[in-house]
Design a binder for this molecule. Structure first.
Ligand code: C5P
Length: 428
C-alpha cells in the first residue's frame, strides 16, 4: 500500500489493514472505523460488497482511507492492477465490519460469489470479524453454527454488542464500537506476534518439521456401556486432540488418530481409528505402534461398569441395582511403561479443576510420561467443550511454560512445533 497513514507513531503504526465492509445499516460506522484505524497508525484499504454500497459510497471510504476502494470481482482495472489474490495477501490483517449473517455464512462454507468472499477464501492472513445483524438472525442456530466454525478456523470475533437495534428490537446484534474493533485488532495482532506469527490457516505455510515421523494421537471421550442403550461418558469434545492431530499432519507427519465418539469431522490427511471404550482405545493404540511421538489427549473414562448387560435394563417400577464400577486400563501409563517400542516422546494431558501445576507434576511422575499439557477445566474457564484453551507445558524436570489463552487450533499448532523441537533435541 502506497499512501502514508495519519499517525506514524500509533499502536498500529506500520500495519496494513484490508477492511471488508458488508451490507447493513451498521456499514456507516465503517467510515468512522477507517478514521480510527488511521489515527492509530494503520494504512487502510477498503473493500465494499455490493450491498455495502447501498449504505455508504466507495468514494466516501476512499476519501477517508486515502486509498481507492475495491468493489467488484471482475473489475478490469483492479484485476489488472492488483488482483484478488494480491488483495488477499498484501496486508497484515483483514477486518470484516460489519460482518453480516450472509457474509459469515459465506465465510463458514467457502462460498465465494463476489470479491469480498473470494478474498476471504484466498487469504492466509489473520481475520477479525465484527458481526452486526438483527438479533433473531444472530441467535439463529445457523448463524451460531457458522460462528463456531469460523472460530474453529482461527477467525477472531469482536462483538456483537447488546442494545437497541434499528428495527426497534433489543438484544445482541449491534456492531461493536469502532474503538472496540480497533482494540480487538491490536490485541489480535499482538497475540499473533507472541504466538510466533501463526496466521489464519497458517498450516499451509507450516514447515514440514515432522516429515518422516509417525505421530499417534488419542482424542475425545470414551463411552463405557451399561447396556445396549446407556453408557458412562464425559464432556470432552475432542477439539483439542483433533487440532493436535491436524497440526501434526500439517507439519508433514503420518498421523494415526484414535478417537472416541465425537461430533467432529476427521482432520485432513489423518488416519482415524474410531473406538468407543477405554479398552478398545488401548487396543487400537497398541496396534498403531511404533510411533515417534504419542500424544494422549483423550479424556478416557477412569471406570466402567463391572458388567455390561446384553439387554436394556427395564424400569419395572423399581430402582435398579447400583452400578458396580471397575477401573479402566490407563493407556498413557501403559504405553509410557513399555520397555520395548515405547515412543521416544510420550505426552499426556491433565485436565484439572484446581492446583493445576502441582497436580500436573505429580501426574508426570505417576504416569511415567515425558511431558504433560495441563489445563484448567473448572466450569468458569469453559475449556471443556469450548473453543479456547490456556495451557501449561510441564516437563519431567519440573520446567513449566505457560501460554496465553489461545484457540484450540492455535494451541495444536504450537504444541506440535514444541514437540518437534523436543523430538529433534532428544538423543537417538
Ligand atoms: O489421570 P488423568 O485421567 O487425569 O490423566 C490424564 C491423562 O492420562 C491424559 O493424557 C489421558 O489421555 C490419559 N489417560 C489414559 N488412560 C486412562 C486415563 C487417562 O490414557 N485410563
Amino acid at each position: 500500500m502506497s499512501r502514508s497513514p495519519s499517525s506514524a507513531s500509533g499502536p498500529l503504526s506500520g500495519r496494513r489493514v484490508l477492511l471488508v465492509v458488508g451490507g447493513g445499516i451498521a456499514a456507516y460506522k465503517a467510515l468512522d472505523l477507517i478514521r480510527r484505524l488511521r489515527d492509530r497508525g494503520a494504512a487502510v484499504r477498503p473493500l465494499l460488497t455490493e450491498s455495502a454500497q447501498e449504505f455508504i459510497t466507495p468514494l466516501a471510504a476512499a476519501a477517508l482511507a486515502g486509498e481507492r476502494t475495491h468493489t467488484d470481482l471482475f473489475d478490469r482495472e483492479s484485476e489488472a492492477e492488483i488482483g484478488h489474490i494480491r488483495l488477499a495477501r498484501d496486508a497484515d490483517a483483514i477486518v470484516v465490519a460489519p460482518a453480516t449473517a450472509n457474509m459469515m455464512a459465506r465465510m463458514a462454507t467457502g462460498h465465494a460469489p463476489d470479491l469480498a468472499a473470494t478474498v476471504l477464501l484466498a487469504t492466509t492472513l489473520p481475520i477479525l470479524i465484527a458481526p452486526a445483524m438483527n438479533v433473531r438472525m444472530w441467535l439463529h442456530p445457523a448463524t451460531q453454527r457458522n460462528l463456531a466454525t469460523l472460530k474453529a478456523d482461527g477467525v477472531t470475533v469482536v462483538g456483537p454488542n447488546e442494545g437497541a437495534m434499528a428495527e426497534a428490537e433489543f438484544g445482541p446484534g449491534r456492531l461493536a464500537e469502532p474503538h472496540e474493533i480497533a482494540d480487538a485488532l491490536e490485541a489480535m495482532l499482538a497475540q499473533r506476534a507472541q504466538a510466533g506469527g501463526f496466521g489464519f490457516l497458517a498450516g499451509r505455510e507450516t514447515p514440514k518439521r515432522l516429515a518422516g515421523r509417525h505421530v499417534l494421537v488419542t482424542s475425545g471421550p470414551t463411552h463405557e456401556a451399561i447396556d445396549p442403550v446407556r453408557y458412562l461418558a464425559n464432556r470432552s469434545s475432542g477439539r483439542q486432540g483433533h487440532a493436535v492431530a491436524a497440526a501434526a499432519a500439517e507439519a508433514g507427519a503420518r498421523v494415526t488418530l484414535v478417537s472416541g465418539p465425537v461430533a467432529l469431522p476427521d482432520p485432513a490427511g489423518v488416519t482415524v481409528v474410531r473406538v468407543e471404550s477405554a479398552r478398545e482405545m488401548l487396543a487400537a493404540v497398541e496396534a498403531a505402534l511404533p510411533a515417534d511421538l504419542a500424544i494422549f489427549a483423550a479424556a478416557v473414562g477412569d471406570w466402567r461398569p463391572a458388567e455390561t448387560r446384553g439387554a436394556k435394563i427395564k424400569k419395572d417400577g423399581h430402582t435398579p441395582a447400583p452400578l458396580t464400577l471397575v477401573e479402566n486400563p490407563d493407556i498413557l501409563a501403559t504405553i509410557s511403561a513399555r520397555t520395548e517400542g515405547r515412543p521416544p516422546l510420550v505426552v499426556g494431558f491433565a485436565a484439572e479443576t484446581d492446583q493445576v501445576l502441582d497436580n500436573a507434576r505429580k501426574k508426570i511422575a505417576r504416569k511415567g510420561c515425558d511431558l504433560i499439557v495441563a489445563n484448567d477445566v473448572s466450569a468458569e474457564g469453559g475449556v471443556m467443550g469450548g473453543l479456547d484453551n490456556t495451557v501449561h507445558l510441564v516437563a519431567r524436570d519440573g520446567g513449566v511454560e505457560t501460554w496465553p489463552k489461545l484457540g484450540k487450533e492455535e494451541v495444536g499448532r504450537r504444541l506440535v512445533a514444541r514437540f518437534s523441537e523436543w523430538l529433534a533435541a532428544r538423543p537417538g
